[in-house]
Design a protein around this ligand. Structure first.
Ligand code: CP
Ligand code: NVA
Length: 307
């Protein structure tokens, strides 16, 4: 997988994705046994190119690449101004002369098309775009596989058909897990994502559903997932969305309609009192910090596979 890109969940095959997850689990066990350092990425440099804020994605990348013996440096919006100070095609052709890989968090997913066109041999990982958050989905699948032992679970996403939901839907379809999303009308994942998921699901046997009733959605859930109602870049819509999404809060009332064993997930950061209550996110059913921990193991695994 050397020199490959991971922009979308669909950039890796089912087998390749499972291999990354296996490597991540191996790294997790190794780290728990006290083995933290290796020189597998010695002499390699990746840049973090971020247009938006981050805690988990940036911190786990930095810790992960150090533990693998590689180097990284951070370029935020003030330094680069992707497409503002300089055209994207120039930024990427500069970076390609110096670094082995780019870990990029961007607003517009189409930026990655320009990366591919102008620097086809540069390794690129999507650290979140308006369309997908594939590294989050990988960590979440590691978490769910650890919890349930296999891929035969039903993941239910309540809320906005956003980047995180899109990647989770695609990964469910790719790996053969059942996935349901309950959104307000008009906030479903984009049609092309749903179509791709349904097409893949035919091969893998995953059942993919898009519904509007959160109570119906959680009835057979093994995992109940939510994310913010207004993603980074949608701040102007936050007020309006708070009203529209109010019936989609993951709270103890909604959980009365879910199986007792269903676990709670959130990619974080969470807006307590909006998409999820403090009581639910702090409950012993919550996996949010397991998910956050697994961001480290999955990014390390991905770096090893792409290097
Ligand atoms: N879940 C996640 O990507 O968190 P950050 O935005 O803090 O990186
Ligand atoms: N959907 C959220 C995820 C943050 C990790 C956003 O894009 O802001």
């Amino acid at each position: 997988m050397r020199g490959r890109q991971y922009i979308s969940v669909l950039d890796l095959s089912r087998d390749e994705t499972l291999e990354v997850l296996q490597v991540a689990q191996h790294l997790k066990l190794e780290r728990k046994a006290g083995v933290r350092t290796s020189d597998i990425l010695r002499g390699r440099t990746w840049v973090m190119l971020f247009e938006k804020p981050s805690l988990r994605t940036r911190a786990t990348f930095e810790v992960g690449i150090r533990e693998l013996g590689g180097h990284t440096f951070f370029l935020g919006p003030q330094e680069v101004g992707l497409g503002k100070r300089e055209p994207v095609k120039d930024v990427v052709r500069n970076l390609a002369r110096w670094v082995d890989g780019v870990f990029a968090r961007v607003y517009d997913h189409n930026v990655f098309k320009t990366f591919r066109e102008y620097a086809p041999s540069l390794s690129v990982i999507n650290a979140l775009s308006d369309l997908e958050h594939p590294m989050q989905a990988l960590a979440d699948f590691q978490t769910m596989i650890e919890e349930s032992g296999d891929l035969g679970f039903h993941l239910v996403f309540i809320g906005d058909g956003n980047n995180v939901a899109n990647s989770l839907m695609l990964m469910s379809a790719l790996l053969g897990s059942d996935f349901t999303i309950a959104t307000p009308e008009g906030y479903e994942p984009p049609k092309e994502i749903v179509e791709k998921a349904l097409e893949l699901a035919k091969k893998t046997g995953a059942r993919i559903n898009v519904v509007h009733d959160p109570k119906e959605a959680v009835a057979h859930a093994d995992f109940i997932y939510t994310d913010v109602w207004a993603s980074m870049g949608q701040e102007a819509e936050a007020e309006e969305r708070r009203k529209i999404f109010a019936p989609y809060q993951v709270n103890s009332d909604l959980l009365r309609f879910a199986p007792q064993h269903a676990k709670i997930m959130h990619c974080l950061p969470a807006h307590r009192g909006e998409e999820i209550t403090d009581e639910v996110i702090e409950s012993d059913r919550s996996l949010v910090f397991e998910q956050a921990e697994n961001r480290l193991h999955t990014i390390k695994a991905m770096l090893i596979m792409l290097s």
